[in-house]
Design a protein around this ligand. Structure first.
Ligand SMILES: Nc1ncnc2c1ncn2[C@@H]1O[C@H](COP(=O)(O)OP(=O)(O)OP(=O)(O)O)[C@@H](O)[C@H]1O
Length: 357
């Protein structure tokens, strides 16, 4: 699917599904799309007088091998429902997914041999060691004998659970970070070509998280990874493309840079002075950018959004230098849009639109 082909206004419309010929073309193409979602839908039946719930509304997406695709979205957007359909835990209401060309409606048994899952909460046996977990899951992936032993050793080394005998300690004794790394290792054993990871680094300290990111980065070279996350930092670090999922549909797709360029149309300018100079600061900002929008104001500290097409960074620096010669500036800053700003903007605007419609 083309990246970020939506304009902001049209992003509210539902993602169009692929025409049948396009799906067939993708399935046959030699470029090898690891995952193709074709107009996938899930409607939960209404219960106790509540109306039915459209959790996923006609989602179409194609992922090439070697790509890590990130799903961002507010709580309840439908990400888990989407992943649960792809891993065969629940059946779609309509549409389907092809993983490595195999259909989840008919070939799930075959798909399992080539698929890895790292669930949101670690599903480990307290009394089994890390090595035993990997041996078990390796056998499920049809590994045997020397191949199995080698795959387990490599896997333990890749997630840093090999040295010092940790591999042979019971998982019940592992720290949170070690359990998470083991879950990721389990999802990657047997070299699956499609891997789903649900919030892989939630709850990890910064150093364990960075270790885990390295594992994921190495792993994505020759497979497709779909991960959900609430961490913008993680999304930016790991994902080649991101989709922002709101109320059952993808509102936009693109790489982090594209999304920021498309949706982050403003700089954020902050300045702290004494309260007596606040008005002067506001005048200065208005002269720089007539359509500036004050978004924060508290005892001398003010924050403005400056539309990018109106301001030149050099002019901002010049204006600040001038201001400094007239009154005391305690602190100031100019920041570009962050992925978090993009997420909040897209999610809020789409939710507001859905409420109105
Ligand atoms: N079995 C069910 N029956 C009815 N409604 C459901 C069921 N499971 C989920 N839902 C509803 O479908 C919507 C999507 O839920 P889902 O768990 O997929 O969201 P999510 O994006 O994964 O959220 P989170 O980020 O909190 O994990 C929610 O409104 C939820 O209440």
């Amino acid at each position: 699917m083309d990246s970020c082909h939506h304009s902001f206004s049209s992003s509210f419309s539902r993602m169009k599904h692929f025409p049948r010929e396009r799906v067939e073309q993708l399935l046959e193409s030699s470029t090898g799309h690891a995952v193709i979602c074709d107009n996938l839908e899930k409607v939960y039946p209404g219960k106790d007088g509540n109306p039915e719930k459209f959790a996923v509304r006609g989602l179409s997406l194609a992922l090439p091998q070697g790509e890590c695709f990130g799903m961002l979205g507010p709580n309840g957007a439908g990400k888990t429902t989407f992943i649960n359909m792809m891993i065969g835990l629940i059946k779609p209401s309509s549409g389907t997914v092809y993983a490595q060309g195999m259909d989840i409606r008919t070939d799930m048994d075959m798909i399992y041999t080539n698929m890895g899952v790292c669930p949101q909460h670690d599903l480990l046996w307290e009394i089994l060691t890390g090595r035993e977990h990997l041996l078990f899951y390796g056998r499920l992936k049809n590994l045997k004998g020397a191949d199995l032993t080698q795959a387990v050793e490599e896997s333990l080394k890749s997630v840093n659970l090999f040295h010092g005998g940790v591999a042979d300690k019971k998982a019940g004794k592992y720290s949170g970070g070690m359990k998470r790394r083991l879950s990721v290792a389990i999802s990657l054993i047997g070299d699956p070509k499609v891997v789903y990871m649900d919030e892989p680094s939630t709850g990890l300290d910064p150093s364990s998280r960075s270790n885990l990111w390295n594992v994921v980065k190495r792993a994505k070279q020759d497979r497709a990874i779909i991960l959900t996350t609430h961490s913008m930092e993680e999304a930016e670090h790991l994902c080649d493309r991101l989709g922002i999922f709101v109320d059952g549909s993808l509102q936009c797709i693109g790489n982090p840079k594209e999304l920021k360029a498309r949706y982050g149309g403003s700089y954020v300018f902050t300045m702290t002075t004494s309260s007596d100079n606040e008005e002067e600061v506001e005048h200065m900002v208005r002269r720089l950018s007539p359509n500036a929008n004050r978004i924060y104001h508290l005892s001398g500290t003010q924050k403005f959004e400056l539309p990018k097409q109106e301001v030149r960074i050099a002019d901002v620096f010049q204006a600040v230098e001038k201001a400094k010669s007239r009154f005391t500036v305690y602190a100031w800053g100019l920041a570009d849009t962050t992925l978090e700003d993009v997420f909040i903007k897209v999610a809020h605007t789409a939710q507001a639109f859905n409420v109105l419609s």
